[in-house]
Each structure stands twice: as C-alpha cells, then as structure tokens.
Design a protein around this ligand. Structure first.
Ligand code: MSP
Length: 469
C-alpha cells in the first residue's frame, strides 16, 4: 500500500518550541508504523511563511522578511532533523513552485469565489477572521494572544463554503472523512452548521507578504488558503497526477487549527474535485504547569535543551507515552525526569542490560532467525492512532518481561547446570523482548535499533547503559 502522512506547517515567526514537536512525533510514529507493516510512505513537513504575523515580526526585528523566513525555516529543518523525523518532502510556502501551484488552485476554485466587502474583526496572532459573537464573548481581546482584535473594513474575495457544507457534513458524519478523536468530530459538526463563507484574500495595501491573487494584483491570498494548499502542491498538484498518494492516509494537526482542516480544507478539495483525506488526527496542547505555553508568559520550554540533556529517545518516549495523543497534557521538568529514570532507564534499559548479560554469559545467540509478528492488540490501537495507549500496551509487556526474569530466575538454572532449560528460557525471553522492541520502534527508532542489535547478537552488551541515570 501507499500511504501519505502530513503535518501542520508551523509559522516561522519564532524558533521551534516544544509544542511543535507533537505534530512531528505523532506523524513520524504513523509513518514508521506504516513502513513496519510493509507500506510505502510519503511524508510531508514544511514551513508556513506568509501572512501578517510573520511580516510584522520581521519588521519589528528590522530584518528583510525573505531573510527572516529563510533563517527560521532552516531552524525548523534542523529541529526536524534532531527529532529524527523520517520525512520525504520538505515544503516552504515561499517556494516558487508552491506559489505557482497555489495560484492554479485558486483559478480552479474560481466558480466558488466572489468579491464582497468585509467589515469586522481580525486576529493577526491567529491569522483568523473573528465573528461578532466571538469578539463579544472574549470582550474584544484574543484569549490566546492577549491582544485586542483589530477592526478591519476591506474588499475581499470570499470562498462559498455553503456550496460544500452538506457534502462535508455527510462525509464527516459517515466517517468517510474520519475526525479523531470523536469528541472533536462532534465539535466540528456543530461548528459546520454555523460556518459562514470565508474571506480568502486581503488587500495588498493591508498585507504585502503573501501570494498574489491571480488576475488581481491588488489582492493577496489569505494565508490559510496558501498554507492548506501545501498538502497537495508538495505532491506536484495540479501539473502532476497525485492519485498515487492522495487521499492522505492521515493528516496531523493541533486542536487549535482543526476547524481550518475540517471545514475550509475539505471545501477546497471538493471544489477541486479531489477526494478528502481518510483521517484527520487532532492532538491536544502541551501546557506548561497547567498554563498555555507562550512567549509573553515566559514559560516556553526549549526542546533542544531537553534533547541535549536526556537524548532523543527520552524526548520521544515522554511525548508519545506521557502526552495523551488527543487530550491536553502538562509538561513539567519533574514529570519528564521521573518518567525517564523510573520507566525508560529502569524498566527498559535494565531489562535489556540484564538479558543481554545473561545471554552473553551463557553463550546464547538469536541471530536473525527469530520471526517477529506485530501483535493484534498493538495493531488495533495503532490503526486507530491511539498512540499513547499503544505505547502503554507495549510498556506492560516490558514490565511483564521484567517480572518473568525474576520469576524464572535463569541464573538459578545456570547454577543447577540445567543447560537445555536455560537455553529455552533465555531464548524465549530474548524473542519476546525483541518482539515488543519491534513494536516500540516507531516511537523510539534510535534506541530500538540499538536494542535489536544487542538482542540478536549479545556478544558484547553495552558497557555504557542505554539510558544513563
Ligand atoms: N501555520 C499554521 C498551520 C498551517 S497547516 C496548513 C499553524 N502554525 S503554528 O506554528 O501555530 O502551529 C503548528 C502546529 O503546532 C499546529 O498543529 C499546532 O497545533 C501545534 N502546536 C503549537 N503549539 C502547541 C502546543 N503548545 N502543544 C501542542 N501543539 C502545539 O498553526
């Protein structure tokens, strides 16, 4: 099978933070799981580089905007490399090919686009038009960015969402477009009912930094139209036939941007005559000590510092096991440290060390003979993108194996000279650990790669622990 996996492309108005890692780690786990099952995978990542927010920041810093976006895009590329994300395509929305393809997409949607004037609210932080009701509920101030909404009055192009509402609704209700988790699907269905047509351009006078609307130099595309298009422009749409990869197997997005992906994006795809993605996985937010992470509060955690201190496997371990796939989760340095020491180092690190040492001492080698199959319980959870639960499921097996060694006491069998029993016992333990290690590979590819080598041929168990405390 061919599977296409996507991530939300971050705005480049700052350095990558810990929250950005969530999309990458989840999507990478999906991509690696698909590959483990034998599928061929295309995996997009990239950077969202247009819009008022980015332009304003570059001006504030007095850096030419092109230079500013390039530097930050590079920082994201480095970060993705540090996380060992197995992507195949990196797209920048300032790529010339993307811009050209976006304009083609706009032309194809022309029948559903009209010009009208907009008078209302906008939040540059969210890059979103705000309804009167929402503005009133929030007393005129964006709760996420702590800035007053801007009142704007301008002539804009609108996209007629109403042309597609009933089709989108039917596809979401029937799970033809599966939105995970289910409670978010319900929220979207409610939101869809009241969704107005969306303004999809801004006058160039107001916003210089964006893709020009084809046929109207005075207008620039709304950043979300440009950004959402990336998922298909990166595949070469519209010049190339994308049916090998599209529809996407899974699109990963934070809950804060689900509405764009579950309403505007499907409407665009239907307008283009393309299929909708099979699944949109909407993850929760990482909070710092119960609060939203934000530069103004000053509680942003630098992911590079954490990786440098604990290593990448520990980082992925925490974010994929202790951060619930769908709900908001709190990050604290103490929680991280505890999970690392008590679970990763003690449960898994010690288990590998103990078994490899016993195998070496008793001259047991598995080689490449052991055939490993993914367990049904694991696949059921992974197929539903319940990654933190699948991780828990694997971890129970790791803990059971620790108990089994204590109960079966292979060192006693060695002492009693029960060679055959000893060999059987150790081989079984090695195979079972190797099996769960394979299932853990999509989560922690580096550590699991090393563990597989050690277990297959434990001639020299590592002198340095895999996860030093
Ligand atoms: N540029 C848009 C996405 C366009 S996709 C066509 C955007 N960028 S973002 O930088 O604000 O967010 C990128 C991704 O990071 C989103 O999926 C967002 O939900 C996620 N996160 C940003 N902060 C986060 C946390 N604190 N916790 C978890 N995910 C977070 O939105």
């Amino acid at each position: 099978m061919r599977e296409y996996v996507t991530t939300a492309i971050p705005y480049v108005n700052g350095a990558p933070h810990i929250g950005h890692a969530v999309d990458y780690c989840l999507a990478d786990t999906a991509a690696r799981y698909f590959r483990l099952k034998g599928d061929e995978v295309r995996f997009q990542v990239g950077t969202d580089e247009h819009g008022g927010k980015i332009f304003q920041k570059a001006e504030e810093l007095n850096i030419p905007v092109e230079k500013y976006v390039k530097e930050n895009s590079d920082a994201f590329r480095d970060f993705i490399g540090k996380l060992n994300i197995s992507y195949t395509d990196f797209i920048r929305t300032t790529d010339e090919a993307h811009i050209r393809r976006c304009q083609e997409i706009w032309k194809k949607l022309q029948d559903h686009i009209y010009l009208a004037s907009y008078e209302g609210w906008y939040c540059t932080g969210c890059e979103r038009f705000i309804t009167e009701k929402e503005c009133q509920e929030n007393h005129g101030v964006c709760p996420d960015h702590q800035k007053p909404y801007e009142k704007i009055k301008e002539e804009n192009y609108y996209f007629r969402i109403s042309d597609f509402k009933s089709q989108i609704k039917a596809k979401i209700e029937s799970d033809e477009l599966l939105i995970l988790p289910d409670f978010r699907k319900k929220e979207i269905l409610k939101l869809l009912d009241d969704s107005p047509d969306v303004s999809i351009s801004r006058p160039r006078e107001q916003l210089k930094w964006g893709v020009t609307v084809p046929g109207d130099e005075s207008q620039v595309m709304y950043v979300w139209i440009d950004a959402l298009s990336n998922y298909i422009t990166v595949l070469g749409y519209p010049e190339q036939d994308i049916s090998e990869w599209w529809p996407a197997a899974a699109q990963f997005v934070g809950k804060d941007i689900l509405r764009f992906h579950a309403i505007i994006w499907p409407a665009m795809l239907l307008g283009l005559g393309l299929e909708l993605p099979k699944v949109i996985v909407s993850h929760g937010m990482i909070l710092a000590d119960g609060q939203k992470m934000s530069k103004s509060i000053g509680n942003v955690v630098d992911p590079i510092e954490v990786i440098n201190k604990y290593g990448l496997d520990a980082f992925r371990f925490f974010f994929l096991r202790h951060v619930d796939t769908f709900a908001d989760s709190d990050y604290t340095a103490e929680k991280f440290d505890e999970a690392y020491k008590n679970e990763l180092a003690n449960d898994l690190g010690n288990l590998v060390q103990r078994l490899a040492t016993l195998a070496k001492k008793n001259n047991i080698q598995l080689g490449n003979s052991a055939v490993l199959e993914l367990s049904t319980g694991y696949c059921e959870l992974m197929d539903k993108f319940e990654f933190s639960k699948a991780f828990d499921y694997c971890w129970e097996k790791v803990q059971d194996l620790n108990k089994r060694i204590d109960e079966e006491k292979p060192w006693m069998l060695a002492k009693a000279g029960e060679t055959e029993k000893l060999e059987n016992c150790l081989k079984k333990l090695l195979v079972d650990l190797l099996q769960v290690n394979t299932e853990l590979t999509p989560f922690m590819p580096d550590a699991c790669g090393k563990i597989a080598e050690i277990l297959r041929d434990p001639i020299a168990p590592p002198k340095v622990p895999l996860f030093p405390k």
